[in-house]
Design a binder for this molecule. Structure first.
Ligand SMILES: Nc1ncnc2c1ncn2[C@@H]1O[C@H](COP(=O)(O)OP(=O)(O)O)[C@@H](O)[C@H]1O
Ligand SMILES: Nc1ccn([C@@H]2O[C@H](COP(=O)(O)OP(=O)(O)O)[C@@H](O)[C@H]2O)c(=O)n1
Ligand SMILES: [Mg+2]
Length: 237
């Protein structure tokens, strides 16, 4: 897996302009500026293999925009650990936890589970992992989520990906998903799209203004989309 990444690196570092063509950085921020200030901080001290602060990427986009699909590709190619907020919440439901029925009802309605619950699950999953690179998928979905994460984890993400997909395409993908999810029906999808616009877009705007946002065109084949994602991570090593 790592050999594949290493073999791509020279190609990428030789070709700044190609990268800039491929990586669309919101608000015109310069990709090299962003990486040199936010991502390429060397491990302080250099004595441990493990970074003191994990490298965290938030993966955002509307329902069906392809977040989970592209996270799988990023994991395979760049060795991240994938933490899907939705999957962590669904696991809580199936493990009969005290919050299970509240989470199920909230997901069924297409609303957002209280941040305290979701952030705790993410924190536990980070702590349980040996990895130092995380993709946090489907989180933060609201300003409340974002602020709770910063308070509990005490850090901001390094990178924020936003999969930008037309509404009709998202609806089509969700209704064809076929994973037996209680929220993959037209009524809940309508509500989730409304929640996305009202609560998640402000978070996306926030990270855009901070120069951390990488807006990815989420139309086309899975391969085509991954080729747009690849340069964001290829410069990390
Ligand atoms: N580029 C694509 N073209 C068509 N279908 C896709 C594409 N990417 C993902 N899908 C399919 O669309 C559905 C939603 O994708 P998923 O990754 O679960 O999105 P999200 O996590 O953003 O809701 C899944 O059934 C997936 O297989
Ligand atoms: N940060 C989050 C993430 C998901 N959720 C809930 O879980 C549902 C499914 O999230 P998901 O990320 O698996 O959904 P997709 O966008 O992948 O289709 C959301 O519609 C919310 O009800 C939440 O409350 N808070
Ligand atoms: Mg998903």
């Amino acid at each position: 897996m790592w050999r594949r990444v290493a073999s791509l690196s020279p190609l990428v570092s030789r070709s700044k302009s190609r990268l800039l063509d491929q990586v669309q950085v919101a608000n015109g921020f310069n990709v090299w500026q962003v990486f040199s200030t936010q991502v390429l901080n060397p491990t302080e001290g250099g004595v441990s293999d493990r970074r003191r602060t994990p490298l965290v990427t938030f993966v955002l986009g509307g329902p069906g925009s392809g977040k989970g699909t592209q996270c799988t590709r990023i994991v395979e190619t760049f060795g991240f650990t994938h933490l899907s907020a939705g999957d962590l919440l669904r696991k809580e439901i199936s493990s009969n936890s005290e919050n299970g029925s509240m989470i199920l009802n909230t997901i069924r309605e297409g609303k957002i589970v209280p941040s305290e619950v979701t952030v705790k699950l993410i924190q536990k999953a980070i702590e349980a992992s040996e990895n130092d690179r995380f993709l946090i998928d489907g989180f933060p979905r609201s300003e409340e989520n974002r602020i709770a994460y910063e308070r509990v984890i005490g850090a901001e993400p390094d990178i924020v990906l936003f999969f930008d997909c037309p509404v009709e395409e998202m609806v089509k993908r969700v209704l064809n998903r076929n994973q037996g999810r209680v929220d993959d029906n037209i009524d809940t999808v309508k509500e989730r799209l409304k929640v996305f616009t009202e609560l998640n877009l402000p978070v996306i705007k926030y990270y855009s203004e901070k120069g951390k946002l990488y807006k990815i065109d989420a139309t086309g084949s899975e391969d085509e989309i991954f080729e747009r994602v690849r340069p964001v991570f290829a410069v990390l090593r």
